[in-house]
Design a protein around this ligand. Sequence first.
Ligand code: NDP
Length: 281
Amino acid sequence: MQDKKKINGLQGTFKLHNGVEMPYLGLGTYQAENNQEVIDSVKDALEIGYRHIDTASIYKNEEGVGQGIKESQVTRKDIFLVTKVWNSDQGYESTLQSFEDSINRLQVDYLDLLLIHWPVKEKYKDTWRAMEYLYKQKKVRAIGVSNFLQHHLEDLMTTANIVPMVNQMEFHPYVVQQALLDFCNKNTIQYEAWSPFMQGKVFGLDICKELAEKYGKSVAQIILRWNLQKGVVTIPKSIHKDRIVSNADIFDFELSEKDMAYLDSLDRDERIGPHPDHFDF
Ligand code: NDP
């Protein structure tokens, strides 16, 4: 459970094991179109006070994300920018190339965090070696993984020189994976939630509606507050300014331990995305 005193505002951070401060609330951009849509959502988020933007080469919107950053009034060093190496780019040389292509599209000269998007068998160890190289060259401030189960992490760590700083996983009331979260905490790997709203499905869950009513907040706010109180970084996606604003209005209330435990208990290992052992892309 995260020390609640540390969850004190939109620009608050969790510290990664290398000392880098990662803003615990960011903007997701999956399925945001690479045009004015993503430019505006990034600009709006930065203007509102978000300092963390999550994209990936496979989202095909890095140009728009970069443009949004450029058009914002926020300086590059104040933004925590994350992108990911896609599966077909994994391997040593192709990861280095993927990094170059991403920073060119984003119009930046370094990244705050680079993630391996999925654990592609036979490839992720070479991918990781390239990421360690980029880290040592100070081209990226932190390196991590996404969709890695415990066995993937254990396998990676047999050859890694650097323990991943982050593991970005599907995480919402129907997929909690507490054992994996505990394993990551124990190994100083910051856990991060993707699809915290189950891509919208969470808004239909009655229990979340009841909690929202009890606290006088929205379902979205309850879910995001639960993420942060569990010590999990979260990156809700929205292209609507009013939602981007309200998704950040989560610092004036606290979920009780009982309600936290209740949300945890909804876990039924039911994913909206593929299982990390059985993806075919
Ligand atoms: P989310 O769970 O964040 O849900 C996004 C959906 O919720 C959109 O339809 C959005 O609509 C809607 N929404 C957002 N805020 C509100 C609100 N306050 N009220 C009602 N509806 C709302 O889904 P994502 O899959 O986008 O996950 C978040 C981010 O995680 C991604 O954008 C991406 O950056 C990352 N991700 C990473 C993956 C990985 O494999 N590493 C996989 C999937 C996602 P609208 O935009 O119209 O407002």
